[in-house]
Design a protein around this ligand. Structure first.
Ligand code: AMP
Ligand code: ZN
Length: 116
């Protein structure tokens, strides 16, 4: 999709600190980490948010979860993590391309990521 930041990151048109890529999924470090481990996992295909995902997107959604678990272990949070999908206005979703935050490290449980 034109003018979508995360579509451009997935396509390599905007630089990111990539940690994983396959045909369907791209994962990279959040530019403004809230905790020692803070990664974003996205579908390469543009899906605006979890609210706009359809049944056809179920395989890629499942894959995001499986890869998130693997990346958390590999990237410094082997004993657990939080997976957060901010959705819509109420969910304070700022980037309109579905993404799951992997938040981990020694103390990933603390204040929520978002302010009011
Ligand atoms: P959300 O509020 O769930 O939409 O979160 C968007 C996240 O994207 C925030 O945590 C930002 O720090 C992160 N972000 C924004 N721009 C970039 C970028 N160019 N590279 C990596 N992460 C980004
Ligand atoms: Zn997009």
């Amino acid at each position: 999709m034109e003018d979508c930041l995360f579509c451009k990151i997935a396509a390599g048109q905007i630089p990111s600190r990539k940690v994983y890529e396959d045909e369907q999924i791209f994962a990279f470090h959040d530019i403004n980490p809230a905790r020692p481990v803070h990664l974003l996992v996205i579908p390469k295909q543009h899906i605006t948010s979890l609210a706009s995902a359809s049944d056809a997107d179920l395989p890629v959604l499942g894959r995001m979860l499986a890869i998130a678990n693997r990346l958390a272990s590999e990237q410094g949070s082997p004993d657990g993590f939080r997976l957060i999908i901010n959705t819509g206005t109420i969910g304070h979703q700022e980037v309109q391309h579905l993404h799951a935050h992997i938040v981990g490290g020694p103390d990933p449980v603390g204040p929520m990521l978002k302010r009011t």
